[in-house]
Design a protein around this ligand. Structure first.
Ligand SMILES: C[S@@+](CC[C@H](N)C(=O)[O-])C[C@H]1O[C@@H](n2cnc3c(N)ncnc32)[C@H](O)[C@@H]1O
Length: 247
């Protein structure tokens, strides 16, 4: 059970993050009238968004332990207590075995830069969609972008600082930094789509908003690793996908 303070800050977080979802996801996948699967739902922001956007139902799955208390409170506050939704701690592969062909839309926001098995996850998503089904993915803070280390202090600090310095300065972020970021580029993602044979209905990349700060850091970054300026220039990808059988 959350303390009243923690409940209030978590509810604020959900409401704040939900505001950005129209911009990130709506053009890639509109939940209206659909059974929606939210892949990597975290605290459930996208579930609230689905309710506001008139989905038929929404299931959120995440590898982390579900903490639904704050979402339940927000849903009740906003008048969506009767909306059919749930959050499960669940692997997408198990869900695909148990409920193949169950969803009209799969949405994922801020997750694919963490996924270690891109092709496995995309194949599991394939099995979960109905005919006409679509996948909407938005992934921000790709590894080589200014915020790609998810450390949050300097631009591209994860690429120019030594691992020792990162561990010392960001002890609370160290585990995520070493284990939960897949280090993919936009090209790696496109290659994974190509490998599984996904049909790309939309594909957008967003240029890094900190690009003007890159030039003075380039020598330090390249002293530590070989990296193309192209990868450093892309911060996010957004796409709408399906497979041949869903058309
Ligand atoms: C940065 S959080 C984003 C959460 C939420 N979508 C949001 O925007 O607030 C990334 C989430 O993806 C989840 N995640 C990472 N890999 C996953 C996977 N293979 N299957 C399901 N969830 C995953 C993590 O547990 C984490 O909750």
């Amino acid at each position: 059970m959350l303390t009243p303070e923690k409940l209030a800050t978590t509810k604020d977080y959900i409401l704040r993050r939900t505001k950005d979802l129209d911009q990130a996801l709506l053009a890639l996948g509109d939940p209206a009238g659909k059974d929606v699967l939210v892949f990597g739902c975290g605290l459930g922001n996208e579930i609230l968004w689905c309710a506001r956007r008139h989905a038929r139902s929404a299931l959120g799955i995440d590898l982390g332990t579900p903490r639904q208390e704050a979402l339940n409170a927000v849903m009740a506050d906003e008048g969506y207590a009767a909306f059919p939704y749930a959050i499960h701690e669940c692997n997408v592969h198990d869900l695909a075995l148990d409920h193949p062909g169950r969803y009209d839309l799969i949405v994922s926001n801020g997750v694919f830069e963490h996924v270690s098995d891109l092709k496995g996850v995309l194949n599991a998503m394939r099995a979960l969609l109905r005919p006409g089904g679509r996948i909407a993915i938005y992934a921000d803070g790709l590894w080589f972008s200014a915020i790609g280390g998810h450390l949050g202090k300097y631009n591209w600090e994860h690429l120019w600082m030594t691992p020792q310095a990162i561990k010392e300065q960001f002890p609370e972020r160290w585990h995520a930094y070493t284990n939960n970021l897949n280090r993919m580029t936009a090209v790696d993602f496109l290659q994974a789509l190509r490998d599984v044979g996904a049909l790309v209905l939309q594909f957008h990349v967003r240029s890094d908003p900190y690009l003007s700060k890159l030039a003075p850091l380039m020598a330090q970054i390249q002293a530590r690793q070989q990296v193309s300026p192209t990868d450093l220039s892309i911060t996010s990808i957004g796409c709408e996908l399906c497979f041949l059988e869903h058309l």
